[in-house]
Design a protein around this ligand. Sequence first.
Ligand SMILES: *[C@@H]1O[C@H](CO)[C@@H](O)[C@H](O)[C@H]1NC(C)=O
Ligand SMILES: *[C@@H]1O[C@H](CO)[C@@H](O)[C@H](O)[C@H]1NC(C)=O
Ligand SMILES: *[C@@H]1O[C@H](CO)[C@@H](O)[C@H](O)[C@H]1NC(C)=O
Length: 426
Amino acid sequence: MATNHHFKRPYQPLSSSSTSYFYIFVSIIGLTVLLLVFSHYITSYSTSPIRLELIKPIKQYVPVNNDNNGAESAACDYSEGKWFYDPTARPPRYDETCKEIYKGWNCIAGNRSGAAEIVKWRWQPNHCALTPFDPLRFLESHRDISIGFVGDSLNRNMFVSLFCSLRRVAGEIKKWRPAGADRGFTFLKYNFTIAYHRTNLLARYGRWSANAKGGVLESLGYKEGYRVDVDVPEGTWAEAPSFHNILIYNTGHWWWAPSKFDPVKSPMLFHEKGQPLVPPLSPETGLDVVLRRMISYVEEKARPGTVLFFRTQSPRHFEGGDWDQGGSCAHLQPLSLEEVEQFFSVENNGTNVEVRLVNEHLYEAIKGSAFRLLDVTRMSEFRADAHPSAAGGKKHVDCMHWCLPGITDTWNDLFIAHLSSIKVRY
Ligand SMILES: *[C@@H]1O[C@H](CO)[C@@H](O)[C@H](O)[C@H]1NC(C)=O
Ligand SMILES: *[C@@H]1O[C@H](CO)[C@@H](O)[C@H](O)[C@H]1NC(C)=O
Ligand SMILES: *[C@@H]1O[C@H](CO)[C@@H](O)[C@H](O)[C@H]1NC(C)=O
């Protein structure tokens, strides 16, 4: 596989117009620094910590936000807010003809009732505005940039949303598989790349069966299961951290999926350095170990200037049973606050409780790492109405993925708002 050691450019999405502002900005800073140094010189040597703090960060960091409300958006918590119904909402940023939409998520083509209403709800953060996505401006300011989505099908859902949003304005596109990705596209005019790397657990895993010659796990009575190598990234994304400029990770659903990783019939059997970990770890503990190992791996592999996000868990909305027990989600409107608590409070231990449990593990693992959290959980908890449900007539009702167009469009708004408030190191 081609590695890209020759490519060392950090994330610097400065458009030409913001570049001129940048020079004006730098001149002003330069002047200020000179004045400060000068006044410092002629007054005294009392080293004022405030003054030092003033000078140091400005020399090293430059905010790239070219929005007028830049300072405000940098401080904003986009994850807390409310959904407002806006009957006059602009038409969706893409429609059901975008070919990248997986059939089961295409709620308009699949005749999900109320599918066209989903995007008429607008997320309003409590203390600031979420700027509407401008695909052209986004592409202009992300020339020569590559974004990788790494994770399960919910990250693919978000990837498709971004792709379809950009597709309309982008001109010629090359379809390929950058750095082992499942799928990827380069928007040729902008040399802007976006890719999806499929991985369920982040760590590599595969079927395990007892060896006739015996072994540690065999002696503990294990016959079948899944071997999970906590220290080995799955091959689908192992090259991604050194390839992309911006990465968005997720994992979660598969750790609470007893229909695959049945605790008795096919448990996860964690290995490290090729050896089984004994005593065997619970999936929860395994998740903590995998998150730690994979986060270190990414931090080590990523080039300086790479922007790393971890997306929080996406909520499911099954009612009356899990996905394989006839559960459904026939809502036509977002849930009320009370309903959200009923669905998700950890005390209730409902069908969909894993969302907040997974997040507790994520928050812990991200602390002190190079990753930023992209918190989409709260806003999504309200949207029981935004899943494909029975659209397209599938065998099981889908209350886990999201209709497209739909709320992963808003996740991308959040992602882009975060990006534009990031201060880039020079
Ligand atoms: C959706 O409805 C249209 C018109 O009623 C019909 O032609 C089409 O087959 C339906 N699609 C699905 C997937 O049910
Ligand atoms: C296009 O962008 C990639 C990074 O995404 C970079 O490695 C490559 O050099 C760029 N190509 C050109 C022709 O600028
Ligand atoms: C939560 O519910 C599941 C089954 O739905 C059960 O196995 C588990 O023991 C429950 N946990 C608690 C803490 O009550």
